[in-house]
Design a protein around this ligand. Sequence first.
Ligand code: SF4
Ligand code: SF4
Length: 77
Amino acid sequence: MPRVLIEQALCKGCERCVEACPQKILGMSKKINPMGYFMAQVEEQPRCIGCCLCAISCPDCAIQVGMGGTQYRLFEY
Ligand code: SF4
Ligand code: SF4
């Protein structure tokens, strides 16, 4: 089963991942991270299809998608 990890300290709350998710399982937390932004969060992990669109859409490389024990971190540079 795919697993989405959002590194909360890196999130700037732009909501691009929320818009990009075809399953609409991402949302915004009411908590604020150390940088002062509301953070994205996974709301229905079991419905994730592992498409990685959330990770691709994140301009801050804050999202990792893990599948079958392997973690893919996209666009790390
Ligand atoms: S991997 Fe795909 S389905 Fe899962 S949270 Fe990201 S965009 Fe949504
Ligand atoms: S796209 Fe990245 S920075 Fe923007 S809300 Fe999602 S996790 Fe946060």
